[in-house]
Ligand binder design. Structure first.
Ligand code: MRU
Length: 358
């Protein structure tokens, strides 16, 4: 029986409110979870830039969907077509600068920009017509992301059904997408189909997306979630508590090297050492086939206070030096398979990546 229709995201992550000329982008403030469910309204590109930077909205696909709507915000001020196109050009580069690693961000803004350029070069439709078109394209990206999550889930579900325990890192769940997540999609579908299993959620230092977000959303769905600190993962693997590891990705190079939240690489190494399959789940929009391998992926560095003052109190001596890369790259040879909306890439190598993604 297909139970996919019963699976819904536990909360609305983002939504457009209003029309193309005066609407706003409403974002769930993920910095406040799990304590509070509160929304912020973005009325201009600057507010959205700040929200992306501060991780109010985060996770590669959700950032992409939000940035698509950001282009609609960027088009609300101009009085004529040339001014509107200039605003869009500026907004695209500006939004791209908010977070460098997740390629879904530039994928989405470029998609909306290309649509606008093509329309502006065609029969005259005026600023109002172009604004409507921007919103249509942003809505299309939003709806497509929901479908991509479901497609990934259909490929991942049979793998989850074989497991009594699954380990995941960071949040590649509903909160990171417009749908039921990437790494979590197969978990939701397997659970809805009656399979019972336990999900170990790496806490994910320093900002705790695993415990604050993944454990929270899995519990909303009634899935058995267990929070561990990142440093416990190797022990959990050696104990045989999990039969697969699955994570998301922020950018995947042509050879299958995959960037994801810092700590993913060490998890993949530990999984290999214990012969546990390590899967990456991601939509086609997370692939960057313009780069040969992971060495070309830009890695975001964040402020050291995320390490020294996480959640309100000093946990390191005042004035200490820090190094805070937000992502790392897992080499393709540690990845058992990449589960995409277009099929499963296995083994992971350039020929196979191009064969599935194009
Ligand atoms: O810094 P974040 O919270 O945006 O990092 C998110 C991740 O690393 C996710 O695993 C990735 O974006 C995939 S989300 C489906």
């Amino acid at each position: 029986m297909d139970t996919a229709h019963e699976v819904k995201a536990p909360v609305t992550v983002l939504e457009w409110v209003g029309g193309s000329a005066d609407g706003t982008l409403r974002l769930l403030d993920q910095t406040l979870l799990p304590e509070r469910t509160q929304y912020v309204d973005c009325r201009n590109v600057e507010t959205l830039w700040d929200a992306i930077r501060r991780l109010v909205v985060r996770g590669a696909p959700a950032i992409g969907v939000a940035a698509g709507y950001g282009m609609v915000l960027a088009g609300q001020q101009a009085a004529d077509l040339p001014a509107l196109m200039a605003d869009l050009d500026r907004a695209a580069s500006y939004l791209e600068s908010s977070r460098p690693t997740a390629v879904n961000l530039s994928w989405a803004v470029r998609r909306v920009l290309d649509k606008a350029r093509a329309a502006a070069a065609g029969p005259t439709q005026g600023v109002d017509g172009l604004r409507r078109l921007l919103l249509d394209e942003a809505h299309a990206i939003h709806a497509e992301d929901q479908a991509l999550c479901l497609a990934i889930g259909r490929y991942a579900e049979p793998l989850v059904r074989r497991c009594a325990g699954v380990l995941t890192h960071c949040n590649a769940g509903a909160l990171a997408t417009a749908g039921i997540g990437t790494a979590t999609a197969g978990l939701y579908l397997a659970h809805a189909a009656g399979h019972r299993f336990c999900v170990y959620c790496d806490e994910t230092r320093p900002l705790l997306q695993g415990s604050r977000l993944t454990a929270w959303e899995l519990m909303q769905a009634g899935i058995d979630a267990v929070v561990i600190t990142d440093s416990m993962a190797a022990h959990v693997l050696r104990q045989g508590r999990v039969q697969m590891v699955i994570t998301g990705a922020d950018r995947i190079a042509a050879n299958g090297d995959a960037a994801n939240k810092i700590g993913t690489y060490s998890l993949a190494l530990a999984a290999r050492a214990h012969n546990v399959p390590f899967y990456v789940a991601a939509p086609y929009s997370t692939f960057d086939l313009s780069i040969a391998d992971g060495s070309e992926i830009p890695i975001e560095e964040r402020g050291g206070e995320e390490i020294t003052h996480g959640f309100g109190r000093a946990t390191a001596p005042a004035g200490v030096k820090t190094y805070c890369p937000a992502f790392d790259v897992t080499p393709a040879n540690l990845i058992t398979a990449i589960i995409t909306d277009r099929g499963v890439i296995q083994p992971v190598g350039e020929r196979e990546v191009r064969g599935v993604i194009g």
